[in-house]
Design a protein around this ligand. Sequence first.
Ligand SMILES: *Cc1c(COP(=O)(O)O)cnc(C)c1O
Length: 366
Amino acid sequence: MSNNPTVLEIDENAVKHNLQYFRSKLKDSTKILVVIKAFAYGSDSVMIANILEQQKVDYLAVAYADEGVALRKANIDLPILVLHPQVENFDKIISYHLEPNLYNFRTLNAFIVAIKRAGVDNYPIHIKINSGMNRLGFKENEISQLESELQELKNFKIISFYSHFAASEDSHEIDFSKQQIDIFSRACVTLSNSLPYTPLRHIANTSGIIHFPEAQFEMVRLGIGLYGFGNEKKETAQLKNVCNLKTKISQIQHISNGETVSYNRRFIANKKTKIGIIPLGYADGLNRNLGNGMASVYVKNRKVPVVGSICMDMTLIDVTEINCEEGDEVIIFNHQDHILDFAKKTTTIPYEILTSISQRVERKLI
Ligand SMILES: *Cc1c(COP(=O)(O)O)cnc(C)c1O
């Protein structure tokens, strides 16, 4: 392992705590799938998958086939749903025993061809219903045709029917979410009619688990909640932050009144100022719009502003008031509030702050 000063710590106890919190909201019989797409929301998919395997979650999900392949190569044995597989990857999906979401007749039929080609039987698949998100999935008016096709086709086993909420976190959209639950439930009834077995059903993401306990069905899909965000203040307060981004001061510059720092001289000192230079920049995922006093970081438990423009590999902070020296630790974030603040200041959501931490930053399990 390298000794890079910039690290993203992954807090194992926080992951376990958050998982336990969501489990406590579910019926004993409800299965839990955890979504670890996009490097487990910017953390580390293998580290998180190992914890989840040990914690005996029922399923994992990734967005793309290659994300699932990486998990298999790291000896993860849990079943893995690929949420957005491409026809081009079907052979790979089969050889790594990943379970595709089939979301329209084109992908369904292409997968049938692929399993015949591979000569496998009883292959696990998942079918996605579009209940109003209008992203992937079979629409209501296709359900009866789908029902008859599923009857005809053999060689696979439908593990689940699932759908996705468009606005489960939004209290103004409760009616719409309930309508999605109805559309999904009806589709499942029709589709299960002629099957000799009953697939699992799942629709709830993190905020679905929180807001629609009646829509747990047989499984839920936990995402952002595992990493400490409940999509609601009261819920987030019950959760622990998983990803802590830290670094160390590389150099300290003492500048005088009238001197400037960083590109385009956007910070001009109006007094003697002590500047700390830290080794991470926008290429590491610190959004450039957080520069010039927009965001703060923490040195010796005190808040210090980012000054001047954030560079590709470096950021400058004003540590005039802090008794600190080169090599001292700097916390970029280690609490959900810090991440929420970055999100607010860059008009985005915690999901994007986390998934933006680039692969250049070393991950470390603590
Ligand atoms: C990302 C994703 C989830 C997880 O959503 P959260 O809001 O992070 O809990 C669940 N289902 C699907 C289909 C997804 O793409």
